[in-house]
Design a protein around this ligand. Structure first.
Ligand SMILES: C[S@@+](CC[C@H](N)C(=O)[O-])C[C@H]1O[C@@H](n2cnc3c(N)ncnc32)[C@H](O)[C@@H]1O
Length: 267
């Protein structure tokens, strides 16, 4: 039976949902902000048709060049190097839809990026956002990648503080907001008809080798667990930490969740 809520664990699931939320795009100029390898914009190319176009915009020039080479045969694909916070190279009021998928989470100045999206849209233009929501990662007793550390609360708190000490603006941009915060940022940017739905899914247990766990980085800007452990815990605390969490890691006994929010609004 198909789950009526759908699954957004896979990129294809997210892409299809975002494309559906764009509505009718035939003949429209659609801006894919932070397009990356073009997950969403590519899927919109057939829909916009010869009278419309997809503007692929990203800060990453290499990614744009790769995409431009791959999409050479599409006359309705445009490629623009642009920072989501200004979108300077794109004339104001020149697009009928703006898509932002998994980009705002990298940007500390989210309201600035939303203001730029607003300016680029023509009147009544549509905004579609989908972002992973990570706030809960730090809020629960299973904050450390879904492993329950309630048996060692003091050590867990020391590790948590250790991670927070290493927080950079980039990490905070990914974790210090909820979907409700994002909703209000979109309202405050001047958009109307704002609607949002957040889907949270439990992920299948994933057993992990201990060393892989110790040396994994959740994002490139975060230290590894081994680094925080050595910097934060005494030798005996490290042993207690390992005794508690290692069996959970190796047996995949975690409560992993994934939340994705989907938001639409009109200018
Ligand atoms: C996780 S990828 C998402 C790519 C694509 N939107 C997708 O749905 O697969 C994040 C993209 O955002 C881009 N990005 C990050 N910060 C940006 C900024 N300030 N302006 C424009 N693009 C940015 C990165 O270069 C990267 O291509």
């Amino acid at each position: 039976m198909t789950d009526p809520i759908g699954t957004y664990e896979t990129l294809e699931g997210i892409r299809d949902r975002v494309v559906a939320l764009c509505g009718e795009v035939c003949g429209k100029r659609v801006l894919d902000v932070g397009c990356g390898d073009g997950l969403v914009g590519r899927a919109l190319l057939p829909g916009v048709g010869p009278a419309g176009s997809v503007v692929f915009a990203d800060l990453d020039e290499e990614a744009l060049d790769r995409l431009a080479a791959e999409l050479e045969g599409y006359p309705n694909a445009e490629f623009v190097r642009a920072d989501a916070r200004s979108l300077e190279a794109i004339p104001d009021g020149s697009v009928q839809a703006v898509i932002i998928r998994a980009v705002l989470l990298y940007i500390p100045e989210k309201p600035v990026a939303l203001a730029a999206a607003y300016r680029k849209l023509a009147p009544a233009g549509r905004l579609v956002i989908s972002e992973p929501v990570n706030r809960f990662l730090y809020d629960q007793p299973d904050w450390l990648w879904g492993y329950d550390l309630r048996a060692i609360p003091r050590i867990a708190e020391r590790m948590r503080s250790g991670f927070l000490e290493h927080d950079s603006p980039e990490v905070r941009a990914m974790t210090d907001w909820t979907d409700q915060d994002l909703f209000m940022m979109v309202v405050d940017a001047g958009f109307r008809d704002v609607r949002m739905e957040t889907v949270t899914e439990g992920l299948a247990p994933r057993p992990m080798p201990w060393l892989a766990f110790l040396h994994a980085r959740w994002t490139p800007w975060m230290p590894t667990i081994a680094q925080v452990m050595r910097a934060t815990l005494s030798v005996s605390e490290q042993a207690a930490f390992e005794a508690t969490i290692r069996p959970l890691v190796e047996q995949g006994r975690q409560r992993s969740r994934l939340s994705n929010t989907f938001l639409t609004a009109n200018r």
